[in-house]
Design a protein around this ligand. Structure first.
Ligand code: ADP
Length: 244
């Protein structure tokens, strides 16, 4: 279980995350929705341990920056940061060594095939198109096969085949019992089988609802999104979650 409690992150006077609290239950898929600048990347980077913040984040009771927590947490950043002079294969080897993975070759092959990078193995980071860089970014994040995986705007820049493949892969991870947090600002992209949706705006959580709460309300996710972000009919569906 991942618990985010009262996390506040400031950049100077700008409060990027304002007293944010939520829980990711094991084996669930949570969608983190919000317009650009809502604070989605900031909370994800805080969870993965890249940022300093006020508040507490724990993974199975261990602080997120501990060695135990780091072994369980995986992260796919929005922006790929590749090495221009390493090939696709060398990037995968680099991650395998960094995570001390054993017997990873089949997994490397599977990922490169699924995300259509199989014939790009010898290409250097700076020879890859933007879309290919995004796909390699995904493969690198998925290679260690962590129990909890945070995906920051994972569909951006992908072609339709890769989007379909990633959605299939997400569903497979869900069936395998992985815990996932997927951020997006595009409501239409949230057509996977999510369990919970958290809507952020201006650094705060505006709604935290389960799928059954939404279905029971007779409203779509889009209805809820505009209600809570544009202040229309705020009363009826806000869920029982924290900061809702
Ligand atoms: P989102 O991922 O929802 O688009 P972000 O978490 O990237 O939002 O940004 C939240 C707020 O924090 C925005 O106002 C953004 O300008 C600000 N911000 C994000 N990163 C930095 C940074 N490195 N330095 C200063 N301000 C930042």
């Amino acid at each position: 279980m991942l618990e985010v409690k009262n996390v506040t992150k400031r950049y100077g006077k700008n409060v990027a995350c304002d007293d944010v609290s939520f829980t990711l239950e094991p084996g669930t898929l949570t969608v983190l929705l919000g317009p650009n600048g809502a604070g989605k990347s900031t909370i994800i980077k805080s969870i993965i341990g890249f940022l300093k913040y006020d508040g507490s984040i724990t993974v199975n009771g261990k602080i997120n920056k501990s060695v135990e927590a780091r072994k369980i947490l995986g992260y796919i950043p929005e922006m790929p940061s590749l090495y221009p002079t390493l090939t696709v294969t060398e990037h995968m080897e680099f991650i395998a060594r960094a995570y001390k993975l054993t017997n990873y070759k089949d997994r490397v092959n599977m990922l490169l095939e699924r995300f259509e990078l199989d014939d790009k193995r010898k290409k250097f980071g700076d020879e890859l198109s933007k879309g290919m860089q995004q796909k390699l970014n995904l493969c690198l994040g998925l290679l260690p096969d962590p129990d909890i995986i945070l995906l920051d705007e994972p569909l951006l820049g992908l072609d339709p085949h890769a989007i379909k493949e990633l959605k299939n892969y997400i569903e497979e991870m869900r069936q395998a019992g992985k815990t996932m947090l997927i951020s997006t600002h595009i409501i239409d992209s949230v057509d996977m089988l999510w369990d919970r949706t958290i809507i952020m705006q201006k650094g705060q959580i505006r709604a935290n609802v389960t799928r059954s709460e939404i279905e029971g309300s007779g409203k779509s996710l889009e209805d809820l999104f505009f209600e809570v972000t544009e202040g229309i009919d705020k009363s009826s569906v806000s869920g029982e979650g924290e900061n809702a």
